[in-house]
Design a protein around this ligand. Structure first.
Ligand code: MN
Length: 441
């Protein structure tokens, strides 16, 4: 893991000829430049790779045709299969940095390339998104210790945090086929519900929940049988987004032992439309610490650089808009906020651990962080925590109450990075909506 890589693309004084990118509070100033897959709304054409700037998006293949990008960048983008970004992601950091520098210069105020690049831009409002890459495999970690402790108390009052937690970056292999991009609508899942009864019954989940997570996307692969060291771990990471790991708590409570989540989590997961690169996140790195009275990580999970800057100072929020709020024209209300810098394990540790047995990671693979709850009451990253297992409903501004999600509820995850001396950046909304269940009969 390298030391700081701040360069001219991070200069807070840099502005763009795309005026909306310079607006106070824009999530996509010229210092961000995140990647997504877009096409005109309602089109049946293949999705195309794009980079967000203000309220517009640069069509990268059009920029190649306009000869605005260096040859190695153009080659890497053209190597992508139609509708995918994976080959570019797998091409590694150097070409990603070359694209960032070229776009930063071409989009900056006064650039001689403005006239060439301008026709390659479209309005984000006229576009629809696909997943930002093809996600071959999805692994969900459990790095939020405040979440793990609170949820552990609810499931196992006498034994909340299992003894392996502070040694092993706990995770499970998830399901990629049901991952959707922001805007995803999914049916409330059916599953076995047991509660306090003698035998379970098939029914629609009554304890449907969200989980606030950070998504890490893999860049360069590692060979099967090889493992990634802490020193190299971030070379294998493309960037970060947001992930909502929707969870059916009643199904989960009955099925989760001994092999972990299954039907309770495989019906839908939602990711944000843009991947914010590690380069864009460079100014927002944070130290990672391990309390002196906790076990220190095994050497393969430890490095001086990881302790110095392995974390990300990334403010996270969950917002809720119910059907009634939508009908009344009322905006979403914020349920909580936390910060990814409080994670018990870092992204680099997740990569090093995932590959330690020789598992090969591939471009576009998704690593979820686990629910990112803060240390304080009210900072739970799921309703399970905010309502203490459904015992204490939370009150919404319009008088509605929630223990778990109801049909028509839209949950929006948001994130923002801020640091003095730098332009702040955002991630774009990660929104998903609960639809009524199918009949259980
Ligand atoms: Mn999860």
């Amino acid at each position: 893991m390298p030391t700081s890589r701040i360069d001219a693309t991070h200069d807070a004084a840099l502005t763009s000829w795309v005026a909306s990118a310079n607006a106070e509070g824009s999530e996509f100033p010229i210092q961000n430049l995140p990647f997504g897959m877009v096409r005109p709304r309602g089109s049946t054409a293949a999705f195309r790779p794009g980079v967000a700037i203000g309220d517009r998006v640069v069509d990268l293949l059009a920029a190649c045709d306009a000869k605005v990008l260096p040859a190695d960048v153009t080659d890497a983008l053209r190597a992508c299969a139609p509708g995918e970004l994976n080959a570019f992601m797998g091409a590694g950091r150097a070409v990603r940095v070359a694209l960032r520098r070229a776009l930063s210069q071409a989009l900056s105020t006064g650039s001689a390339l403005q006239a060439q690049l301008q026709p390659c831009l479209t309005d984000q409002a006229s576009c629809e998104h696909a997943l930002p890459c093809r996600i071959g495999d999805y692994t969900d970690f459990y790095t939020g210790i405040h979440h793990a402790t609170t949820v552990g108390k609810l499931f196992r009052p006498d034994n909340p945090l299992l003894p392996n937690y502070k040694w092993v970056p706990i995770g499970y292999h998830g399901r990629s086929s049901s991952i959707g991009v922001s805007g995803q609508r999914f049916r409330r899942p059916l599953g076995q519900l047991k509660g306090g009864a003698d035998a379970p019954q098939l029914g629609a989940s009554q304890r449907l929940d969200y989980e606030l997570e950070v998504a890490a996307f893999i860049a360069t692969p590692n060979d099967l049988g090889s493992r990634v060291s802490m020193a190299d771990a971030e070379e294998h990471v493309f960037g970060l987004g947001l992930l909502n790991d929707w969870s059916a708590r009643d199904v989960q409570a009955w099925e989760y032992q001994p092999l972990g989540p299954f039907i309770a989590k495989n019906f839908a997961s939602t990711v944000s439309p843009w991947i914010v690169t590690l380069e864009a996140l460079e100014p927002f790195r944070a130290p990672w610490t391990r309390a002196a009275d906790d076990p220190q990580p095994l050497p393969y999970l430890d490095s001086a650089a990881n302790r110095e800057r392995g974390g990300f100072d990334m403010q996270l929020e969950v917002w809720l808009q119910t059907d009634a709020m939508r009908a009344a024209g009322e905006p979403a209300t914020r349920l909580m906020e936390s910060n990814f810098r409080d994670a018990y394990w870092t992204v680099a540790q997740m990569v090093a651990h995932h590959s330690v047995g020789g598992c090969n990671l591939q471009p576009g693979d998704l690593l979820g962080s686990g629910t990112q709850s803060g240390p304080l009451p009210g900072q739970g990253g799921s309703l399970l925590e905010l309502t203490q297992g459904g015992r204490e409903a939370i009150a919404l501004p319009n008088g509605e109450r929630r223990t778990f999600l109801q049909d028509g509820d839209t949950v929006v995850l948001r994130a923002r990075c801020e640091r003095a001396g730098f332009r702040s950046i955002g991630f774009g909304d990660c929104a998903g909506m609960v639809m009524p269940a199918a009949a259980a009969g």
